[in-house]
Design a protein around this ligand. Structure first.
Ligand SMILES: Cc1cc2nc3c(=O)[nH]c(=O)nc-3n(C[C@H](O)[C@H](O)[C@H](O)COP(=O)(O)OP(=O)(O)OC[C@H]3O[C@@H](n4cnc5c(N)ncnc54)[C@H](O)[C@@H]3O)c2cc1C
Length: 374
């Protein structure tokens, strides 16, 4: 059986004729079948993940996954951000301890970067970590906007290990287990959509195991990880975007909005831009693509997705504003797909570094424009 048929058959067998699986159980199901970390390398014939799939096979997996209508992944932070970072910067012991449980779909991770005073200006991190005498650290401080912190088993935390340091110096990338009652408190943040994907996280002497990449090298590791968030994992995401665009096109035809020349022009533009993004992603696949490539990718997809959300509610006409379910019969905050896309895509130009920050990076590091006054 060729790889695409194998993927398609597995997804069909595991999704058909059953209610949507719980996201946590689904992660373990994917892990058991070897569908997490399919391209990760290993040493001496071993692999940290599953399959050692080629790049082409990874693309096939992402394409078929998006087409199958399978649930959104809950383990994406561990799979796409933490594990590749450990494979690049971690010690052999860290890789062996943390990467296989991600590949098995057992361990979920969250990302502890942003703080109330350090979002775009991440170098303003104030969360402090001091050696605890056992080879680990005691972490104290507050993180915010931590996606999935309530569900996660572990968090990677950017913290200041040199108390006299400022800005990018003296930071370390630490691994913190979340189940530390009394030392870690997670407070969900209620969103506009009624759900609470993200949280505030308070650390009060929480234990971290050692650093990744060495004490004081946290900035380098944190930036390596952000490049993944901004760029490399976007090829799979674009396949999902393509599916969403097809649904918007179908909705425009169904509502009659597709007869409007302005709507038609916007749809075609979305299609052409998606094709351009795909080529950018393919061109930079398997490499960093130069200093600006992740920022270019982030700028392109963030704005594109937001405009698609705007188009989605517009082509739905009245239903875009009020939704398909009569108001009195709705659960609080109940949204249809178009409304969901519209509201959630507002965040796309913010997380992983806002559009303004990506433009600053391109201006200063690629175009050589004078640094922005601080
Ligand atoms: C859905 C979502 C999920 C997230 N998940 C996580 C997570 O899991 N973990 C995590 O650590 N963080 C997460 N974040 C936080 C995210 O990284 C920050 O929101 C982002 O970096 C912006 O920081 P801020 O919110 O503090 O805004 P600020 O930094 O206060 O920025 C406010 C505005 O000012 C602009 N601005 C700031 N500085 C400059 C400048 N120098 N030049 C020009 N304009 C500037 C920004 O572009 C923005 O428009 C998430 C955010 C969202 C929306």
């Amino acid at each position: 059986m060729d790889f695409r048929t194998e993927v398609r058959t597995w997804l069909a067998d595991h999704l058909a004729d059953r209610p949507a699986p719980h996201p946590r159980a689904w992660e373990r199901e994917l892990g058991r079948a070897g569908w997490i970390g399919i391209g990760w390398p290993g040493e001496d014939g071993e692999t940290y993940g599953n399959r050692r799939a080629t790049l082409a096979e990874q693309v096939v997996w992402a394409e078929e996954y998006a087409r199958s209508g399978a649930p959104a992944r809950m383990g994406h932070i561990g799979e796409n951000l933490l594990a590749p970072t450990l494979i690049t910067y971690g010690t052999e012991e860290q890789k062996r301890r943390h990467v296989p449980p991600v590949a098995r779909g057992e361990t979920l991770w969250c990302q502890g970067y942003s703080e109330p005073g350090a979002g775009s200006d991440l170098a303003g991190v104030r969360t402090a970590a001091v050696p605890d005498g056992t080879g680990g650290y005691a972490v104290t401080g507050q993180k915010i906007w931590t996606s999935l912190a309530l569900d996660a088993h572990w968090c990677f935390v950017l913290a200041r290990t040199d108390p006299g340091s400022t800005r990018h110096q003296g930071l370390s990338f630490l691994l913190v287990e979340m189940d530390q009652p009394g030392r870690i408190e997670v407070r969900p943040i209620r969103q506009l959509t009624g759900t609470s994907e993200f949280n505030e996280v308070f650390f009060d002497g929480a234990r971290a195991t050692g650093t990744v990449g060495g004490e004081g090298n946290g900035w380098r590791v944190a930036m390596g990880l952000l490049a993944l968030e901004r760029g490399v994992s976007t090829l799979a995401q674009q396949i999902g975007f393509g599916e969403e665009l097809e649904r918007v096109v179908a909705a425009a035809v169904a509502s009659g909005a597709a007869k409007d020349p302005v709507i038609r022009a916007r749809i075609v533009r979305q299609w052409a831009e998606l094709d351009t993004m795909r080529h950018h992603a393919l061109r930079t696949l398997g490499s960093t693509g130069g200093p600006g490539a992740p920022s270019v990718a982030k700028l392109l997809w963030g704005g594109w997705h937001q405009r698609l959300g705007e188009l989605a509610v517009q082509v739905a006409g009245e239903a875009g504003a009020v939704g398909p379910v009569p108001w009195e019969e709705r659960r609080p905050y109940e949204l249809d797909d178009a409304q969901h896309l519209f509201l959630f895509s507002r965040a796309d130009t913010i997380y992983g570094g806002s559009d303004e920050i990506q433009r600053n990076i391109i201006a200063e590091r690629v175009l050589g424009l004078p640094r922005e006054p601080r």
